[in-house]
Design a protein around this ligand. Sequence first.
Ligand SMILES: NC(=O)C1=CN([C@@H]2O[C@H](COP(=O)(O)OP(=O)(O)OC[C@H]3O[C@@H](n4cnc5c(N)ncnc54)[C@H](OP(=O)(O)O)[C@@H]3O)[C@@H](O)[C@H]2O)[C@@H](O)CC1
Ligand SMILES: Nc1ncnc2c1ncn2[C@@H]1O[C@H](COP(=O)(O)OP(=O)(O)O)[C@@H](O)[C@H]1O
Length: 450
Amino acid sequence: MRLLLPTTTTLPLFDVAASRRIEARALAHSPDLMERAGLAVAKLALALRRGAGPVWVVCGPGNNGGDGHVAARRLREVGVDVHVGHEAPQHPALVIDALLGLGLNRAPSAELCVTMAAMQTCGAPILAVDLPSGLLGDTGQAAGERAVRADHTLTLLTLKPGLFTGEGRAHTGRIWFDDLGIAADDEPTAELLGPAARLERSATSHKGSHGQVLVVGGAPGMQGAARLAARAALACGAGRVYVDLLGLSGDEGADAGRPELMRGSLAELPQAVGVIGCGAGPAMAAALPGLLRELPRIVIDADALNAIAAEPALQDLLRARPVGTTLLTPHPLEAARLLGRDTASIQADRLAAGSDLAQRLNCTVVLKGSGSVIATPGERPAICASGGPALATAGSGDVLAGWLGGLWAQQPQAGAHAIACAGVDAHGRAGEVAGALRAGDLIEHLAAQA
Ligand SMILES: NC(=O)C1=CN([C@@H]2O[C@H](COP(=O)(O)OP(=O)(O)OC[C@H]3O[C@@H](n4cnc5c(N)ncnc54)[C@H](OP(=O)(O)O)[C@@H]3O)[C@@H](O)[C@H]2O)[C@@H](O)CC1
Ligand SMILES: Nc1ncnc2c1ncn2[C@@H]1O[C@H](COP(=O)(O)OP(=O)(O)O)[C@@H](O)[C@H]1O
């Protein structure tokens, strides 16, 4: 058993169907899986309980409840006061939520919701077994109106995607993992991202060795977005970074606070990595056909995504580009516009939505938000567990787009999927701070950890 995050390696994720197959095969040679699961829960419960009160074990009708009963027995064997039932005891030291796990298949009844509410308000920390009750393992969404918000989740046998994306992170608390001694012998549904290798710089490299980035965006009033992206590309280590500010004429500098940044345009820089759309406004639409036809590698964000959503001819241009050369970074609303759906339906199944969009537009897609999803046609999707609410601030997406462009400029052979995985994970880790974070400071955090 181990605490899972931050993970130092990429890990396989298995949806409910794959987890069931692994479980069924494992049971054939290891019929004591539930004993192992219950013992793991009991051990963690001993470490987590707070105070001298009873451990309240809430068991449901299936095997999740079975794990809870084994844990209760194991705890009693070592002299712990245990209360099994749906009513809270006085001053519990810990709640073990073994109500519903992988078998959740409908909205919990009103009666179960009352039990969940009692768990939530009894004042003790909650340890969820396998999944917080009411949370769907595939999507990280509640099946009904309520799902348990645990302080700890001990997930068993496999890691499920819903623990890490959608609403998952708000319900799991700290995630622990015990594979119960079983090697997962199935095709992973997705990957949980680990950190990418550091970029090495040769002792004899020069600025031409590290590529060039062209940021196109920054309509009047929104030039900060383009400048944040450009600053991020520069901080990432791109050799030269240029900005084409759509609202700026004359020979004003690209960014008075960053004299390293230069003005430039597609005509002068046809081989640059494009980072397009940050703060671009409606002027972006006219610039897009040329950019989509010419630039060999492009990161597309914000208003460029909105322009593409509104214009089928631009979608055709995207589809005509080779897979691996285009990286879209929509947040859920932008993804909804691109798919002609609403945000709620995107969030209802983020893995499926990201994969659907990638397939339709023949691109790599980073569906942003808690548990960003990275999807590319022909690649296994990835989920990023790093990051947190400090990133929920204007400009943090612009920083991501610029950082991705900076990474790509330095790794011209890499495909969009690899760049997305490396950049999204780094961005998330840099944003893991308590409290609030300004997007400009996020760039410094990224540079410090690179
Ligand atoms: N087998 C093993 O050795 C191992 C098992 N493990 C453990 O088993 C867990 C999976 O067990 P499980 O398949 O029995 O499902 P579980 O989540 O307990 O649900 C039970 C039943 O509840 C029902 N139900 C569904 N939704 C409902 C709702 N909203 N409100 C009310 N009822 C609802 C539905 O039955 P239905 O009523 O539809 O017939 C469902 O089948 C897994 O998460 C892990 O903890 C692991 O430790 C590995 C070793
Ligand atoms: N609660 C959160 N947990 C993890 N990442 C988050 C969270 N909120 C925002 N982010 C990340 O912050 C970035 C916000 O991007 P975006 O919505 O485009 O903002 P903006 O357009 O203002 O720059 C995305 O990378 C997103 O994944």
